[in-house]
Design a protein around this ligand. Structure first.
Ligand code: FAD
Length: 418
């Protein structure tokens, strides 16, 4: 198969990349290992779409397509349909149930990506490739260097299975999105204290000392972000099943905790759950630039900025225990609005491969902020724009004029100069 651009991974970043590339006139292939597009946004039951970026990015368009209003939890079934529609209308060739398994390079140039699926092995050639697998799978096949985990012990953030409950009393207002959402339950008990105590006594699973409850568009539902398994390598299939088994059991314990303790929750049922483990962190592919905590905290900008005014807190779910690993008792630190430079999306050792989404080049702490979905979508769009410019000007990631990529994005309405 021959394409102008091949994108691996149809999560938030891959979808952003595919929409921009196809709308820029590129023959675009999007390769996804699962049976529907969306990545964490559908398979992972993850919402709301967090992280701010400057106005005019594809993140606004996607959020408007899948959420009743900005900032709300998407309806995951609607998201599957709406995301599929967007890609189809843009003319993207989507290959579902197809996994990237190999790559051929000549020197630093990636020529062919090999995939495996029911049809057998299909090879894709292109001028430009984008790795939006979250895990940097394509970059690894190209021999690009990467880092994983925090400094010292190499542990990554815990994995989680998200689920949605229904049957909550419509008059029960309890919500809890953050570690610092202290809520009086009206009978002398406080919700976070109750969670902490239940974790200590074993009523809640080990390390689950907060049961985050998000509103959905339905008053009788809550999305639950609570299960967690620490010290898991999300790339190792043996660990993945171990975590899956543990997390599915944790859901039962968390349901009992809510039913037995929270007024208005006695009749709750599980409405649905993620069909795949929620992976917060895995490989961070090393690029020509690596984003640091300081870059984010100081709100640094760059001459090759392609994502502008990104904003989200440093959100590190503790890799070795409960709660947050830094700023344990206080609200996590929030960086100033920061930029992402194109050079952090250009892996070392491959001249026509761009990374987008949570696998770009950044340190463990910086990653905990830019990994959220609206920021990943904006990175994807920037990668798609870069592919269009590289094709037009017959350049590589290290020779392309980034001003042209920026111009391309601004012509599309992205307010990079705001
Ligand atoms: C439990 C949990 C809660 C979170 N909460 C929020 C939240 O509330 N709001 C928010 O904005 N963010 C949240 N996040 C973070 C966010 O969901 C992810 O960081 C974001 O989805 C990353 O986007 P991505 O496109 O880089 O990767 P992903 O969403 O992981 O998508 C990658 C895609 O690539 C595909 N893929 C992987 N390998 C291959 C391969 N070899 N071949 C083909 N396809 C492949 C995958 O199947 C997937 O579809 C949460 C994450 C987790 C785990």
């Amino acid at each position: 198969m021959k394409y102008d651009v091949v994108i691996a991974g149809a999560g938030p970043a891959g979808i952003g990349a595919a929409l921009e590339a196809a709308r820029s006139g590129l023959k675009t292939a999007l390769i996804e290992r699962y049976g529907c597009v969306g990545g964490n946004l559908t398979q992972g039951y993850v919402g709301p779409l967090l992280g701010r970026v400057c106005e005019g990015t594809v993140a606004d368009e996607i959020e408007d397509a899948i959420c009743a209003k900005r900032g709300s939890v998407p309806d995951f079934e609607n998201a599957k349909i709406a995301l599929t529609d967007l890609l189809d209308k843009a003319g993207v060739d989507v290959y579902l149930q197809t996994s990237v398994i190999g790559a051929d390079k000549s020197g630093e140039k990636l020529d062919v990506v090999h995939t495996a699926g029911k049809f057998g092995n299909i090879s894709f050639s292109a001028e430009v490739f984008i790795d939006a697998t979250g895990d940097g799978d394509l970059a690894v096949q190209c021999g690009c260097p990467y880092e994983m985990g925090r400094e010292g012990d190499g542990l990554v953030q815990p994995v989680t299975l998200m689920f949605v409950i229904e049957g909550v009393d419509p008059d029960q207002p309890l919500l809890c999105r953050h570690e610092e959402d202290y809520t009086d339950l009206g009978d002398g008990r406080e919700y976070l204290d109750l969670c902490h105590k239940a974790c200590r006594t074993g009523e809640l699973p080990e390390n689950v000392n907060i049961v985050r409850l998000y509103a959905t568009d339905v008053k009788t539902e809550r999305m639950v972000n609570a299960t967690q398994e620490n010290r898991i390598d999300p790339l190792n299939p043996a660990d993945v099943f171990k975590a899956e088994a543990s997390l599915r059991r944790q859901i039962g314990k968390i349901m009992d905790f809510l039913k037995n303790n929270i007024p208005g929750f006695s009749d709750i049922r599980i409405k649905g759950s993620a069909s795949t483990l929620g992976v917060r962190e895995s490989r961070r592919v090393l690029g020509r630039y690596q984003l640091t905590e300081e870059d984010l905290m100081e709100g640094r900008t760059y001459s090759d900025s392609v994502v502008h005014k990104a904003k989200f807190c440093l959100d590190i779910h503790n890799p070795s225990g409960a709660g947050q690993s830094v700023h344990a008792e206080k609200r996590p630190a929030t960086p100033k609005p920061y930029d992402i430079p194109f050079s952090a999306m250009c892996p070392i050792g491959c001249s026509n491969l761009i990374t987008a989404g949570r696998c770009i080049s950044g340190a463990h702490v910086a990653h905990s902020s830019y990994r959220v979905m609206r920021i990943c979508m904006a990175m994807g769009q920037a990668a798609g724009a870069a592919a269009a410019v590289m094709l037009k000007t017959e350049t590589a990631t290290d020779t392309v004029d980034v001003n042209l990529i920026r111009r391309h994005l601004m012509d599309r309405g992205v307010k990079l100069d705001d």
